[in-house]
Design a protein around this ligand. Structure first.
Ligand code: PXP
Length: 240
């Protein structure tokens, strides 16, 4: 199981004052030392946390692997082809949302958005592995496979919001993971995962990568980022 740390919210604290600290690139280096397999960043169209310069610096400094989250916006797709992250996770974006609220709409039963189809073509021509961030829905997974991408990231937000009340979202994640793997897709998962709820998801055998941000960055304010990463690493590893 690969653990990727999303450092967007290190930049959120910096942008609160538009200053130069804390530095997400420095935070990423500490995450790597503490056992992260990779670093994730989301360059949003509204640039609310990560900035273009962060991406350029991170691409140079990361010693593990960089997962760039991006919307299918042509200018950001072009930037991705220039910095060549190890993989790119295409996500939906709505300006008014607090965070990425749902998975991509792949147009099941109709046409897939042309911008998304173009983004997939451009990124894969640049040799970047593509993952599509989608809900744990079997038809959407089938459409992702038809679009020719090697991986999907299953949105764990519904599970994270209701795991204390219902087993159904976890069951949906399990079914979705085994279906995706069966049809040849690599399975990643993330969103809303915390120290309390991560283990049942980490225990799903088909899931090979977790992307976790807010909970780790929050905990790092109390215990420091290396300790926060080590704690999550040990929960994830012991769930397997
Ligand atoms: N995976 C994807 C595709 C995301 O968009 C995000 C949020 O940026 C995450 C994982 C991390 O979510 P969280 O910050 O809730 O751990």
């Amino acid at each position: 199981m690969r653990l990727y740390i999303n450092v967007d919210h290190v930049a959120t604290v910096r942008q609160a004052r538009r200053t130069d600290e804390p530095d997400p690139v420095a935070a990423a280096a500490l995450c790597e030392q503490a056992g992260a397999d990779g670093i994730t960043m989301h360059l949003r169209e509204d640039r609310r946390h990560i900035q273009d310069d962060d991406i350029l610096a991170m691409a140079e400094k990361v010693t593990t692997a960089l997962n760039l989250e991006l919307a299918a916006a042509p200018d950001i797709v072009t930037l991705a082809t220039e910095i060549k992250p190890h993989h790119a996770t295409i996500v939906p974006e709505r300006r008014e949302e607090i965070t990425t609220e749902g998975g991509l709409n792949l147009g099941v039963g109709g046409q897939t958005d042309a911008r998304l189809v173009d983004a997939i073509a451009v990124l894969s021509d640049a040799g970047i592995l593509i993952s599509l961030f989608i809900g744990p829905d079997l038809e959407t997974i089938d459409r992702a496979a038809e679009l020719g991408v090697p991986a999907v990231e299953l949105h764990t937000g519904e599970y994270a919001n209701s795991y204390l009340r219902s087993d159904e979202p976890l069951e949906r994640l399990r079914l979705a993971s085994s279906h995706a793997k069966e049809i040849g897709l690599a399975v990643h998962a993330g969103h809303g995962l915390t120290y309390r709820n991560v283990q049942p998801v980490a225990a799903i055998p088909e899931v090979e990568e977790l992307n976790i941000g807010h909970s780790i960055v929050s905990h790092s304010i109390i215990v420091g980022i290396e300790a926060a990463v080590r704690e999550m690493r040990s929960l994830v590893d012991s769930a397997r």
